[in-house]
Design a protein. Sequence first.
Length: 180
Amino acid sequence: MTSPEANADLAEHALAVLQRHGVDAVVIGGFALAAHNYQRSTIDLDLGVNTTRTTLRAVRDELVTQGYDVDLREPDGNDPLGGTIDIESSAGGVVQIINFDNTPAGGFPKVIRDAIHAMGPPTGRLRVAPLPYIIAMKLYAGGEKSRRDIQALVQNNPDEDWEAVRALCKSYNLRTHDLF
């Protein structure tokens, strides 16, 4: 059974491992949605990163030696992302590290890089990606679930500068599909 506390503890540990390997991360996914006034069910805590496959392997190896159940899924030729690491702890935490850099094949590393930059220097603690970047990631992901998430975020954040969010999305060549 997962719990938000177990997920957060495991994510903070995973962040420390990532940072030892020179990688910063931002909270994305369901926990980030909750931080931006929209709660929906989720069982894991997602961390967005930009890194190389070599570094992902090194992070996986360090987590395995520390006794975590770890599964690294490297991208295939059709994957727009650069791989994921699923981590489970004996305390019930579940974390997924999602690599947005799939150089040279593609990915969307700029959104993670920009979100991290917008938050300022690393603090060593978990930080939630700002709402405009969450919207951009949802537009990039596409699909009905992402569309519903965007609609709920718009409804639950009426004071957001939606014109600025549109401009950010346009800078990434993302179409907003009249969602906001």
